[in-house]
Design a protein around this ligand. Structure first.
Ligand code: ANZ
Ligand code: ZN
Length: 821
């Protein structure tokens, strides 16, 4: 045989796999079904190292489950709407579709070379009208249920991209995409009412415990941000319409501290501040509001900032004590959380204490925690303790006092128990071109009118390109006059299409459903197929999607469940977050100049060596540092495994008798270990076990029972199956060399004989000065060194030796150790 030539091997098998359709599910009900999904790629350019890692991991799972006899759905598609395509089109005077679909061709070819075991017959593109028709249909279902609505409110605005951003897309006060500081702008925007589902998004996480990474669950929990507490109404004197009082409600998680409230604060940028301010303080407030506008929410809440604010010239009456508290406007209170107003308890809330110390407001402790007086130390006390200075609440513990206080305000009609969420409704409209148009028509007489279902999709105009798509503060679609003008579907009068497009997270919130029936022209997804394949058994993707995409997908699934369209409430049963590929301990980046080109790696070492390196480097969820790994080592190992198959294949006939017991035991043990390791997600250790098995077999061929031994052949076939999970080309080549005609992809997991897993033991005798001093139960296959160590470590032997100098240790494994002193 000639040597291992990965280039030739890579040429040999793709056509065979395509012809055998081994990556497509049978879908005939003969086998139990499993659905493995990698987060679908955005076609930004060619495949890179990050894709190579993520998809290698997902493919291990898909290929393993196929070997275990499941009917596996492992589809792939493209998240192909989005800003980069639009920006590229503006730069190149092109239509975004040109850039997008050209990239997809390139990237698809690379995925195929990388031998991802994906069912390409189900490929979808979210930018195809056949797909976004159903995205629009889903929007209308939400609209019908009151779950999609429009409102005017201050939104995050990226001055660079000239579009609004969801809260989730603002990172440290800057646009997630371009890093430009985000400002606020008042706009009429579309929202999905995800807040209606806050509780269920939280509760249903119980289904995911143990199957999703704990840190992702923690991030989701934190994002939803459930707080239990109370709404309490304060009367602000003189702020009412005719100079009377005006009720203002606060949200508090600490109603037990009502007696410790010493002032009252409203969000400076809320309308409420303008409504409450006394005329002689209005100018000061207006100036302060200008100053606040420039700040992001994060800056506003930073604990180390000097507190700012203005007195509004009013007082609020504490409903429990009758005490009058000065009303301030400040930026550390946010307009869109709770009610936008708080009762300030400086003794027990650090932000309030900082504010009180800045403006000389009183501090009154109402909970004795045993700590020092916050008025003196400047440190708010937040622990457990006993209520003081609190009338009827005195002497109670914190939890009890919270309950009692809620009871008191409820009885007086001045408040009630309230659960509050940090989660905001999902702002989904974008003033950009390359997305699914919002299927609504605005009619001067009828208002917001849904586009009738049989008129979907509302297609993007095809004649806009280049500069016409450039951001101008309104959607580029607004410039397409012939597209915008339309007859109202309700009254037939002249009306205008909505010119915004949907956030691309809408597209990706339901794509996993489409894969079950990707070509259905009558529905977003076929309920029957969906019932068969979903939910997804294993979802694989980066932790960067821990909040947004996963939360939105979970929300969509719940709405669809409530519509009776799916019978499950969580879309992804298990989640794997693969690590990143680093270089020199740092993320690859242009500015660091430490990028590694995937194509060059594949050219130099071959697809299998790169894939094996990715999987072998570390557990799937850990980062891989490309500076620390050895794709050439991986290549050498693959060559060794491949040569083993050649040697076994060319051995003259097989020895019909039994087969070598030690080799058989090693092979069965390796296969059994591998299954357990795969089930536990320790893919890297599976590679290590495969390497060990190859060593055992090589030794058997060269200096043991020889290549014709049936145990050696059986072991080599097992190696091919194990390698088929990570090194598909090499494995297929080995399998065929060994005389098989079908594909190794569906070879089936090797049968393990449990009898071979039980290790035989024998009794070893240990002698000191010629006399038997101990007996040890040891594995029959124990090595000399190991047996010597065991003998010398024996308690009985040590007692006999009592420090005497050992002259010689004679070992006859596995039965005898003789110690001469
Ligand atoms: C009185 C109090 C006393 C509070 C005390 C805390 C400690 P979470 O847990 O995040 O829900 N708050 C309410 N609305 C706010 C807003 N719009 N901007 C800034 N802060 C706001 O926090 C709830 C607590 O944060 C509320 O309970 C309120 O302060 C404050 F010893 O009320 B607390
Ligand atoms: Zn109308």
């Amino acid at each position: 045989t000639t040597g291992y030539d990965f280039r030739a091997i890579e040429q040999r098998w793709p056509a065979f796999w395509a012809e055998q359709r081994v990556f497509e599910p049978l879908d005939d009900g003969s086998r139990e079904r499993r659905y493995v999904l990698d987060m679908f790629p955005y076609p930004s350019g060619d495949l890179h190292m990050g894709h190579a890692e993520a998809f290698a991991m997902g493919d291990v799972v898909a290929r393993y489950w196929r070997q275990r006899g499941y009917d596996v759905l492992h589809p792939i598609g493209w998240d192909s709407f989005g800003l980069p395509a639009e920006n590229a089109a503006i730069k190149r005077d092109a239509h975004p579709a040109e850039w997008t679909y050209a990239n997809i061709e390139t990237q698809k070819a690379s995925f195929q070379r990388y031998a991802i075991s994906a069912d390409w017959s189900r490929e979808i593109h979210t930018s195809d009208p056949e797909y976004y028709r159903w995205t629009q249909w889903l929007f209308l279902q939400f609209f019908d249920r009151g779950l999609a609505y429009r409102k005017n409110s201050p939104v995050n605005w990226c001055p660079q991209d000239q579009t609004v951003l969801a809260n989730e897309q603002v990172v440290d006060g800057a646009c997630e995409r371009c890093g430009t500081p985000v400002t606020k702008k008042a706009l009429n925007q579309w929202y999905f009412k995800i807040t209606d589902y806050a509780d269920r998004l939280l509760e249903d996480m119980a289904q995911l415990e143990g199957h999703w990474p704990e840190r992702v669950l923690a991030m989701q929990r934190n994002w939803i941000g459930r707080s239990e507490g109370a709404h309490v109404h304060f009367a602000v004197e003189g702020a009412g319409a005719d100079g009377g009082d005006r009720d203002v409600t606060v949200f508090t998680t600490r109603p037990d501290t009502l007696h410790g409230a010493t002032f009252f604060v409203v969000a400076a940028d809320a309308d409420l501040a303008e409504e409450l301010v006394a005329p002689e303080h209005a100018a000061e407030l207006a100036a302060y509001r200008e100053q606040v506008k420039a700040l992001s929410d994060i800056e506003r809440q930073a604990t180390d900032r000097v507190k700012t604010g203005v007195f509004l010239g009013r007082h609020a009456v504490n409903p429990l004590t009758g005490e009058k508290l000065p009303v301030w406007a400040a930026d550390y209170v946010l307009a869109d959380y709770g009610t936008g107003a708080i009762m300030a308890v400086p003794a027990h809330d650090q932000r309030d204490l900082d504010f009180a110390r800045t403006f000389g407001l009183p501090v009154r402790a109402v909970l004795d925690t045993g700590e020092e007086d916050p008025a003196v130390t400047g440190v708010a006390t937040t622990g457990e303790g006993t209520l003081i200075n609190s009338g009827a609440l005195d002497g109670l513990g914190k939890a009890e006092a919270i309950e009692t206080a809620i009871g008191l305000v409820e009885a007086a009609g001045t408040g009630r128990r309230q659960v509050n969420y940090r989660l905001r409704d999902w702002l989904l409209s974008r003033q950009r071109f390359w997305g699914a148009p919002i299927p609504i028509v605005h009619c001067p007489d009828c208002g917001e009118v849904p586009v009738p279902e049989d008129q979907l999709p509302v297609r993007l105009p095809e004649d806009l390109r280049g500069e016409q798509l450039a951001p101008k503060g309104r959607s580029p679609l607004a410039a397409a006059e012939s597209w915008v003008g339309v007859a109202c579907p309700a009254c037939g009068g002249p009306a205008r299409r909505d010119t915004d497009t949907m956030d691309t997270f809408v597209d990706s919130s339901w794509y996993y459903l489409r894969f079950a029936s990707p070509n259905d022209e009558t529905a977003a997804f076929d309920p029957e197929q969906t019932r068969r394949w979903l939910p997804v058994d294993q979802y694989v993707g980066g932790v960067e999607h821990a909040i947004l995409h996963l939360l939105y997908s979970r929300f969509f699934t719940k709405v669809l469940h409530d519509m009776g369209l799916v019978d499950f409430t969580e879309p992804f049963k298990a989640l794997l977050n693969q690590g990143q590929v680093l270089n020199g301990g740092r993320a690859m980046s242009k500015s660091l100049g430490n990028g590694v080109d995937l194509g060059e790696q594949l050219d130099a070492y071959g697809v299998d060596a790169v894939r094996l390196t990715m999987v072998f480097a570390s557990p799937p969820e850990d980062d891989v540092d490309w500076a620390d790994v050895s794709p050439s080592g991986a290549q050498k190992f693959l060559a060794r495994a491949w040569r083993l198959a050649q040697d076994v294949a060319s051995a003259p006939g097989t020895d019909p008798a039994g087969g070598d017991g030690t080799v058989r035991r090693a092979a069965h043990r390796a296969v059994d270990d591998a299954a357990q390791l795969l089930d536990a997600g320790k893919f890297n250790v599976v590679v290590a076990k495969t390497m060990e098995l190859v060593n055992v077999l090589r030794k058997a061929v060269d200096s043991g029972c020889g290549p014709a031994d049936p145990a050696v052949r059986e072991g080599t076939e097992a190696v091919a199956v194990l390698l088929s999970l990570v090194a598909p080309y090499t494995a297929e080549d080995m399998w065929h060399a060994l005389g098989h005609e079908g594909s190794v992809v569906v070879a089936g997991w090797p049968q393990v004989d449990p009898a071979l897993l039980v290790e035989d033991t024998v009794t070893a005798v240990v002698q000191v000065r010629g006399k038997v001093r101990d007996r040890l139960e040891v594995p029959a296959g124990i090595g000399e060194d190991e047996l010597r160590e065991l003998a010398l470590a024996s308690e009985a032997v040590r007692r006999q030796l009592d420090g005497a100098e050992i002259r010689k240790v004679i070992v006859r494994a596995p039965k005898l150790v003789n110690i001469v002193v």
